[in-house]
Design a protein around this ligand. Structure first.
Ligand code: MG
Length: 381
């Protein structure tokens, strides 16, 4: 079987039909007014919420469907007829999204005389998805692989977490960090090639080093803090719910919430958002993410970082973006539509994506990063 990607950056016949329909709700207020004739959020603040409350809004606007589809069940380990079928489906899906490991020779052929730039999501890409997001740690081997990659290629982490949190988890000073889905970017001042942007802020990191911050949503910080506090309050009686403040966005995790309570948690988040037309909701893996309505996403963060580093010339740069989330699709789209580099989806189950290639899990991500390092070390011998 030929595992080479049939839609590499130089190929004109790229399949653009595989994109996901957007699940972003740009304006929650406009979607569904309360049928009771007054603002539901006021109602829900006055009366303690009970299980089995009004969930029509989240059903009718597709939130529940999105929550279920964004959280595919883990693959069964026990072999039976059904798992054989799912293996077949997975292998046929791999024909459309070939393994980046099996396509490695093809990638390095495309990288000839080009500068490779690496973009990495964190959760589900460098660290396994775990029940407690505060314990989503990278393995020692993965940190070592990322450190080695950064030695040879400019490397950025682009995460939904706050920049500070992902920096704390990764702990490598040589990387660039873009938190809150790319709207909280930090990089050493020495690496800035272009500063022709109005949202640059010069600052000093915790270690006293000069850094440049790019924070196009800075004005939203007080609003996010307020929403975070409200979400903590309205979800405190839902067992397993966890709300996190990522500075420029806030997340409501329902990984540990009984599925029968998903409609309740969705409805409460929905009701809170009705008061904030400048915020929107996106669906991650068992997480509802509340973000500012600004024209910015992980794809724009990729473009911005390439431009800032003087690496936006597509003729001599090969960006590689590895991620597992719906929010990573914006970055995959930028690379695919620009016919510029490779988007690599991390997934052990079939799903539609704008990525060109795939890796099954974090172990394969680590192997891919190590392969890049080995190849580079061979080249410079
Ligand atoms: Mg992820």
């Amino acid at each position: 079987m030929d595992s080479s990607p049939n839609n590499c950056i130089n190929c004109e016949e790229m399949d653009l039909s595989s994109g996901n329909a957007s699940l972003v709700l740009a304006d929650p207020v406009a979607i569904n007014q309360s049928r009771l004739g007054f603002h539901l959020s006021v109602f829900t603040r006055l009366i303690p919420k009970k299980k089995g409350g009004k969930v029509d809004d989240v059903r009718s606007n597709g939130w529940l469907d999105a929550m279920q589809s964004s959280s595919p069940p883990r693959k069964r380990v026990v072999k039976d007829v059904a798992s054989d079928d799912s293996d077949l489906v997975y292998f046929s899906w791999k024909l459309k999204y070939p393994s980046a490991l099996k396509s490695f020779d093809h990638i390095i052929n495309c990288a000839h005389n080009k500068k490779i730039v690496i973009f990495l999501d964190y959760d589900g890409t460098l660290s396994p998805i775990v029940d407690d997001p505060n314990r989503a740690f990278m393995s020692f081997d993965m940190r070592s692989a990322v450190k080695s990659v950064a030695k040879y290629f400019p490397t950025a982490i682009i995460s939904g977490r706050s920049c500070d949190k992902v920096y704390e988890l990764v702990g490598l000073t040589e990387l660039f960090y873009a938190g809150s889905h790319g709207i909280d970017i930090m990089f050493p001042a020495k690496d800035t090639m272009s500063i022709n942007h109005t949202n640059y802020i010069q600052s000093i990191d915790k270690q006293g080093k000069d850094v440049n911050l790019f924070q196009p949503a800075r004005e939203f910080i007080p609003m996010i803090n307020e929403v975070f506090r409200t979400l903590v309050e309205v979800t405190k009686d839902i067992r397993g719910a966890l709300v996190e403040n990522h500075k420029f966005c806030t997340s409501v995790h329902y990984r540990n919430v009984d599925e029968k309570n998903w409609p309740i948690i969705a409805q409460r988040v929905y009701d809170v958002l009705k008061d904030y037309p400048r915020l929107r909701l996106t669906h991650g893996r068992k997480v509802l993410e509340v973000r500012p309505v600004i024209d910015w996403d992980k794809g724009k963060a990729v473009k911005f970082l390439l431009q800032s580093l003087g690496l936006s010339n597509s003729d001599d740069v090969l960006p590689i973006y590895i991620g597992d989330d719906r929010t990573d699709e914006d970055a995959f789209t930028v690379l695919r539509e620009g016919k510029h580099g490779y988007g690599i989806l991390v997934s052990s189950v079939p799903k539609e994506s704008k990525a060109l290639l795939s890796l099954r899990d974090t172990l394969e991500v680590k192997d891919f990063l190590k392969s890049l390092v080995s190849w580079k070390e061979q080249m410079i011998k």
